[in-house]
Write a protein that binds this ligand. Sequence first.
Ligand SMILES: Nc1ncnc2c1ncn2[C@@H]1O[C@H](COP(=O)(O)OP(=O)(O)O)[C@@H](O)[C@H]1O
Ligand SMILES: [Mg+2]
Length: 438
Amino acid sequence: MVKRKVELDTIQSVYSALSHRLLGSGDDFFHGNEKNVDFLLDLVTRTVEKGESNSLLILGPHGVGRTALVKKVLKEASKQKSWVENAVIVELNGFIAIDDKIALKEITRQLNLENVVGNKVFGSFADHFSFLLASLKSGDKDSKPIIFVLEEFDTFCNHKNQSLLYNLFDIAQSRAVPICVIGVSCQIDVTELLEKRVKSRFSHRHLNLMHFEEFDKYLEMFQAFLILEKSNNVSDFQVWNKMVEKTFQDPQIQNFLEDKLFIYDKSVSFMRQFLHSLLVCMLAQNEQKINLELFDAALQQSCASFSVQPLDNIIKDLSILEVCILIAVKHITEIYDHEPFNFEMVFHEYVKFRRRRLTNLTEERSVIFKCWENLIGLEMIIPKVSGEKCRSQQAEYILNVFHIPVTTLKKSVEKYPHCPTEVLQWLTSSTHNSASFS
Ligand SMILES: Nc1ncnc2c1ncn2[C@@H]1O[C@H](COP(=O)(O)OP(=O)(O)O)[C@@H](O)[C@H]1O
Ligand SMILES: [Mg+2]
């Protein structure tokens, strides 16, 4: 059998087929996250089909896929017959609707009620809002179900008296009209910003989206982005898919992705950007197969345009104390077999080292804690729980995880300018030796 290769014109049609997926609004491609899709789809379907009202917050860092999830669910839902006939969607963005007056205007526009409202003057926000909802009713028929999506939900909390949020949650709770309010925010403790009367009307349903914790899932997503379907109209799509699958099975490629991408930026946004650069490099270099050199070239390109800092650079800018905290974290994760750890454990490990080997470093708790917070800010140490749970717990006891591979950390710390020998020795000492330091 003659083995078929991916032809150059295939690469061109692959690029045409994938460029929208990698550069466009992203509406046409969604992978994974099935549990959240099902959960949210069920919620909005219940509003539309059964008239149940609800409210929910989707929380998570930027680029994690909160908007993509909502879009995917609304797209799926719109395939249902009852949805097409009935549902009304109102999408607001807190960066644009900066006060409730603007928000109301936008809601009126999206509900096609501008003519109905005309020049009417309303006594209060609530009057105006209920007029809009009542206008949606046609004759004696039940109210139409409305799905409200509030992007940058936290900014709506700054609106005077939080009138819009109060009214939305009040209607959802009292079930006056079937509505589902979906708030999207990167502020994990956003409910703390809600006034008491607003908070008490919110259902306290949350979906917390997090960046990939496991490399396997990250790798799977990477591959999914490149896999083509018949509908993509690339004649050789099966040959291409086989090549892609083989590429991602290669341990060298896997290591590259884990050490050079996964630990710096786990966002899907960056993944898309990187893969786009990869395809551009393939085209530019006339390459028909993805290889390590292409990955390297694509990384250079996307780092330049995405301002990703290599670990070396980040570590170079840390204070020696912060470097020591990182090393203490490394030892703690080794001693406890990668179990989550808290500040107390790391502080204790650091103090043991400092007292034995480098007494000119400080042991002042508040200073070390500041360094700790800095490392969390840089996402080198990542809190395991978030939001309300975090608040109720004393900061020193919150559990954290460390995601930087030991070998990468070692290499970067070794490049740290004028690193004291004691610190370097501590870095390379094994868990067993580290114990003997104490
Ligand atoms: N599960 C997914 N499948 C495909 N693309 C995704 C997925 N999650 C996120 N993306 C893409 O990653 C980018 C960032 O996601 P986005 O939803 O805008 O993040 P957020 O709203 O949380 O800031 C978007 O281009 C989006 O299309
Ligand atoms: Mg978004």
